[in-house]
Design a protein around this ligand. Structure first.
Ligand code: C2E
Ligand code: MG
Ligand code: MG
Ligand code: MG
Length: 301
């Protein structure tokens, strides 16, 4: 009959459409499963924050930690450690992003305050925010509440938003200004990835530009990227914005950036994102602050 003919056709795999629909079905199934799992992830404490240090580098062997970026991971019971790319888009689609990001904000603030109380360095923890937060006028209240709850002073919280977020028609400049007035710092993440609209820089409460990895990745070889990055740095300086380069993996990349006076650096060259426990070894290391007096010594960082 027709059914069994269809079955044979599918099994044979010769029919491209059937093959595609099988793939799609599997994807849908996985998505539905993951969605259910995400519902429980928060309740079961499966989300964890990793922290990637950011450094001020004087030269390639002489650097001071100036902050950390909180990066979420999902310790899934059967799928293992999932990266943000594997679940943040789904969290956005399903609306869980609000709960998740509230948890991330609170956890990052709590952790930074705890480190400060244990004698750790006074520096901001930077948290990534998705665009949806900026459609909500009460987002500022959420931040105020979390800072009060955790006792973290506002200058030790940094928020990373992307250019794409600012370009969204629902984006609220008022929310950004309110956050600025609160004293938290705001960084434009993934700067230079294609949405660049320079007019956002002069009228907004932005404190820092973070140059995207796509521009720094091949900075040593690619002369047009060299020009773009050097221009971003010069512009940032004139606008009195801080600027940090991300994705720095090699000494050559680092030296190039230092040569054009970009001294704030984040990337695997200095450190990968670390679990809270692993980063504590760096935070509380005696020779954490490297100065000229320890010149010649090699850091374990
Ligand atoms: P991002 O904000 O641009 O974060 C930096 C990403 O680049 C991190 O990946 C980090 O591990 C990676 N990275 C840092 N240095 C290097 C390097 O030298 N080389 C290479 N190849 N990669 C480097 P991760 O943790 O997988 O995060 C990916 C993206 O996911 C982030 O990009 C951010 O947009 C998003 N994300 C992470 N955590 C959160 C979160 O808590 N909330 C939201 N909404 N998004 C998050
Ligand atoms: Mg970021
Ligand atoms: Mg980034
Ligand atoms: Mg990036």
């Amino acid at each position: 009959n027709a059914d069994s003919a269809m079955y044979e056709q599918k099994k044979s795999g010769k029919n491209g459409y059937c093959f595609f629909s099988h793939e799609l079905e599997a994807q849908m199934k996985e998505k539905v499963e993951l969605e259910g799992d995400l519902r429980r992830a928060l309740a079961f404490n499966e989300l964890i924050l990793y922290y990637q240090p950011q450094y001020y580098a004087v030269h390639a062997d002489h650097q001071t930690m100036i902050g950390v970026e909180a990066l979420v991971r999902w310790n899934h019971p059967t799928r293992g450690l999932l990266t943000p790319e594997q679940f943040i888009p789904l969290a956005k689609e399903t609306g869980f992003i609000f709960e998740i990001e509230t948890w991330i904000l609170r956890e990052a603030c709590r952790q930074m305050k705890a480190w400060q109380e244990q004698g750790g360095p006074l520096m901001p923890v930077w948290v990534n925010l998705s665009c949806v937060q900026f459609y909500q006028l009460n987002f500022k209240q959420k931040v105020v509440q979390i800072l009060e709850e955790t006792g973290l002073e506002p200058q030790y919280l940094g928020l990373e938003i992307t250019e794409g977020t600012m370009m969204d028609p629902s984006f609220s400049e008022d929310v950004l200004s309110a956050l600025d007035a609160l004293g938290v710092r705001i960084s434009l993440d993934d700067f230079g990835t294609g949405y660049s609209s320079l007019r956002y820089l002069q009228r907004s409460a932005i404190h820092r530009l973070k140059i995207d990895r796509s521009l720094t990745k091949n900075i040593v070889e690619n002369s047009s990227n060299q020009v773009i990055v050097a221009t971003i740095i010069a512009m940032a300086r004139k606008l009195e914005l801080d600027v940090i380069a991300e994705g720095i993996e090699t000494r050559d990349q680092l030296n190039f950036l230092l040569g054009i006076e970009c001294n704030d650096i984040q990337g695997f060259y200095f450190s990968r994102p670390l679990s809270a426990r692993d980063i504590e070894e760096v935070l509380f290391a005696k020779n954490h602050y490297r100065s000229s007096s320890v010149e010649g010594q090699h850091s374990t960082i």
